[in-house]
Every structure is written in structure tokens, then in C-alpha cells.
Design a protein around this ligand. Structure first.
Ligand code: GDP
Length: 325
């Protein structure tokens, strides 16, 4: 594979090459992995404009695809190029992706300034997330102005998405006060903005109330150094009526701008690079335990421990010593 030529095409905005490159980073084959590493390295050497990476989380049904479609169309209407990726933990379990449905975001998927990539099906959330992070880097290298990374609000996926984006949005539906408890504190703490969707028709007043509740809850959280006055912020939007989207975008830009000026933007990306480096090393070590000689030795020692021939402590020492050799 000609890595330099592929990098050139991606940087020139060639969509076919971008798609092929994402397939490459998603592949589990060792030779593909080597090419992917080289490609990412080559692209990282280039000086390109920085994308705004936006993470979006919300439980099924809150209107993520409708929002991305409306919001994405608004952005492409402004002349911006928008990429949409998904990290879908359910695909890790079922092998099929609920975020991969082609019929979602129909208008946006036909827009020449948009690029939509469904979630890969992989066996592990960690693996899916790492590859999504690499796909984000590829989209950025391809010159997209905005890269949206969508995830379903379950489990660890929010953390992963927050670790690969500059801004993290939580999309919620209008609900009674009781349900405020339903959003885990940890997820609230990750959010830069909470958007209460479906602020239209009969739901409008409930949405306004829900928004005020969350604004209050956000004020109670510990102040984070990466936030200017007034952030994290709660706002209402309607993805269907396409209202509040411009205001939300203005706030996202203001926040990103403030973080750029204060160094928090670059700081967050640096912390994320650190995080993924550590994750890759840890995952690599775990993978090593599950293959070849190490796997056999693990099994052997586990049997010895189970039979009472060795203590767990001694066996673990033995295993670690073998890995060091
Ligand atoms: P997702 O599962 O989070 O991707 O949610 P969808 O985008 O598929 O939307 C779920 C349902 O909510 C659909 O029936 C949408 O038409 C509806 N919906 C999405 N956005 C809005 C909105 O702004 N207002 C109203 N009233 N309904 C919406």
C-alpha cells in the first residue's frame, strides 16, 4: 500500500480514500494495523486546519439522529464541512449497529459537504472507541470543519467519546423533575452543554422547565478550570422545528474560542493523547496475554493455582517474570 499517496488524497479531501482509510483503521488484521499506524503518523506530520470535534450523547429516542441531521444541515448551509461518526456500544454486543442504520439522517447523507460513517461492529467497546478516535483524526486530516461523534447514553461510551472530542454535548428529552435523577452525576460532570430537545408543541413548556432544572443542577457542580463564566450551560432546542440550533452553535463556538485563547483547548487534546497512549499500551499488554506462549502459560498457571499447587500470588509473580523476559 502506498501510504504517502493515500495521505495525499485524504488531505485533498477525497472521500473514497477517507472511507478506505477508516476501514483500514477498523481492521483487526496485523498488516492493516501496520499500514494504519503509518498512515496516521504521516497525516499527523501535516499542518492542517483544526476541526472542532463535538461529542453528542443521549439515550435512544431523545432525537440524536434528528438533531444531527438538522444541526448538520445548518452547518453545511453555512459552508462548513461536517463529518459524523458513531461509537455504539450495542454493536459491540450484537455485532449489528443501531447507529449504523442507513435510513437515518437521509438529507444529511446526500449532502456533498457531509460525510456519515456508521459505527463499526467490533468485539470490544475499547477497540471500537480507539478506532473511532483514529477515524476522528482521519476526518480532521481530510479537512472537515466539524466532526460530530455520536454515542448512545449507556455504560462507558460517554467517557470514551469525551476523551476524543473538544466539546461534549448531552442531549435530553423534556421530562418531569423526578427524572433529573436519572442522569448520572458523572455524565453531567462531563457535559459542556446540555441540550433539552423537543422544545416544541405540547412539550415546549416542559422542556423549558426541564432546562431550568438542569441549569440549576449544573450550577451546583464544582467549577472546572476549562469553563468560562456561564458554562456548562443548559439550553432548549427543537431538532424537528430547527429552533435553538443557531443559538446552541453560537455558544459552542464561544466556548471553543475561549478555550483556544486560554490554552484549555490544546491542553485537553494533549491530555487525550496521553490517555489514548496509555489505553493502547494497556490493551496491547492484555492482548499479549491472550495469545501464543503467554496464553498457554496463563492457562497452565491458572490450573496450578486451582489445584492448590501454587498460590495465586506466586503464580502471578511467575507470569509477570515470564513476560519481562
Ligand atoms: P435517537 O434514537 O436519539 O437517534 O432519536 P431520533 O432522532 O430517532 O428521534 C426519536 C423520535 O423523537 C422520533 O420520532 C423523532 O421524530 C422525535 N424527535 C426528534 N427530535 C424531535 C424534536 O425536536 N421535537 C419533537 N417533537 N420530536 C422529535
Amino acid at each position: 500500500m502506498d501510504i504517502a499517496a493515500m495521505a495525499e488524497k485524504i488531505a485533498a479531501g477525497d472521500r473514497r480514500s477517507l472511507s478506505r482509510a477508516i476501514t483500514l483503521v477498523e481492521s483487526g488484521r496485523a498488516d492493516h494495523r501496520a499500514d494504519a499506524v503509518a498512515l496516521l503518523e504521516t497525516l499527523a506530520q501535516r499542518e492542517g486546519p483544526e476541526a472542532l470535534r463535538i461529542g453528542l450523547s443521549g439515550t435512544p429516542g431523545v432525537g440524536k439522529s434528528t438533531f444531527i441531521e438538522s444541526f448538520g444541515m445548518m452547518l453545511t448551509g453555512m459552508g462548513l464541512r461536517v463529518a459524523v461518526l458513531a461509537v455504539d456500544p450495542s454493536s459491540a454486543r450484537s455485532g449489528g449497529s443501531i447507529l449504523g442504520d442507513k435510513t437515518r439522517m437521509e438529507r444529511l447523507s446526500r449532502d456533498p459537504n457531509a460525510f456519515i460513517r456508521p459505527s463499526p461492529s467490533q468485539s470490544q467497546l475499547g477497540g471500537v472507541a480507539r478506532r473511532s478516535r483514529e477515524a476522528v483524526a482521519l476526518c480532521e486530516a481530510a479537512g472537515f470543519d466539524v466532526v460530530l461523534v455520536e454515542t448512545v447514553g449507556v455504560g462507558q461510551s460517554e467517557t470514551m467519546v469525551a476523551e476524543m472530542t473538544d466539546l461534549f454535548l448531552l442531549l435530553l428529552a423534556p421530562a418531569g423533575g423526578d427524572e433529573l435523577q436519572g442522569v448520572k452525576r458523572g455524565i453531567m460532570e462531563m457535559a459542556d452543554m446540555i441540550l433539552i430537545n423537543k422544545a416544541d408543541g405540547e412539550l415546549k413548556s416542559t422542556a423549558t422547565r426541564t432546562c431550568a432544572d438542569y441549569a440549576g443542577a449544573l450550577r451546583l457542580l464544582r467549577k472546572r478550570p476549562q469553563d468560562p463564566e456561564g458554562f456548562p450551560k443548559a439550553m432548549t432546542v427543537s431538532a424537528v422545528e430547527e429552533t435553538g440550533l443557531q443559538a446552541a452553535w453560537d455558544e459552542m463556538q464561544a466556548l471553543a474560542e475561549w478555550r483556544r485563547e486560554t490554552g484549555h483547548f490544546a491542553g485537553r487534546r494533549a491530555d487525550q493523547a496521553r490517555y489514548w497512549f496509555g489505553e493502547d499500551v494497556r490493551n496491547g499488554l492484555l492482548a499479549q496475554l491472550a495469545t501464543g506462549e503467554a496464553k498457554a502459560r496463563m492457562a497452565q498457571l491458572a490450573d496450578a493455582v486451582a489445584a492448590g499447587d501454587m498460590t495465586a500470588t506466586a503464580a502471578a509473580e511467575d507470569m509477570l517474570a515470564a513476560l519481562r523476559d
